[in-house]
Design a protein around this ligand. Sequence first.
Ligand code: SF4
Length: 217
Amino acid sequence: MNKQQRADLVLRRLGELYPHPPIPLDHTDEFTLLVAVLLSAQCTDKKVNEVTPELFAAAATAEQMVELGEQEILRIIRPIGLSNSKSKNLTRLSQRLVDEHGGQVPRTLEQLESLAGVGHKTASVVMAQAFGVPAFPVDTHIHRLAQRWGLTRGKNVVETEQDLKKLFPQACWNDLHLQIIYYGREHCTARGCDGMKCGLCRELYPQRKSPVVSRKA
Ligand code: SF4
C-alpha cells in the first residue's frame, strides 16, 4: 500500500468511527472558542471545560474580559497549567481585540497569529472551528499518529502539516483533524505501541513485524 492509499484508508475508517466529530472545547461563539483554545495549551480539554463556565459567566466578550482583569482571570483559571502566562495573554489579547478589531475576533490567520498567546495551531483551530475555513491544525498528537500510520516523515509539526495537506482533500481537513485527535485519545496514546494492536494499523501494515518509533515534534 502506498502513502496515498494509506491516507485514503485512514480517511475512510476515521469517517466510519467518528462521522460527526464534535468540537471538544465548550464555547458559545468565536471569542469564547479563541479563549478556550488558548487555555488548552499543554492542558486537557476536560480541564479547560471545568474552568470556562465560571470564566465565561464573568466575561464572555473581549470588553468584559478586559474589565475582569488579569488577577481575577488568574484566580479563575488557576487550576489549569501555565495559568500565569495564560491570564497575561488573555488580558493582552482581549485589549488588542477591543483596541484594533472592535471587540471581534479577526478572520485571518495572520491577524490571529499576531495576538498574544496565539500560535499557528491555535489560529488554525479558530479558523477551522469558528469560521469554517479549511485548516489542518497539527499538534504533537496528530504528528505522532501521522508517523505511526506512515503518512509523513516530517521532523516537526510544520512539515507534518504540509504532508497531510497534500494527502487529504481540503473539504475533509476540519473534521479529519478532530477525528485523528479522538482516535489518538481512545486508541493511539503517546505511550509506546508496537504498531500492531489496532485494526487500523493491521490494515495499513499487514506485514509489520517491528515496533514503530515516532520522532518527537
Ligand atoms: S496499532 Fe498502535 S500505532 Fe497503530 S493505531 Fe493502534 S495504537 Fe496507534
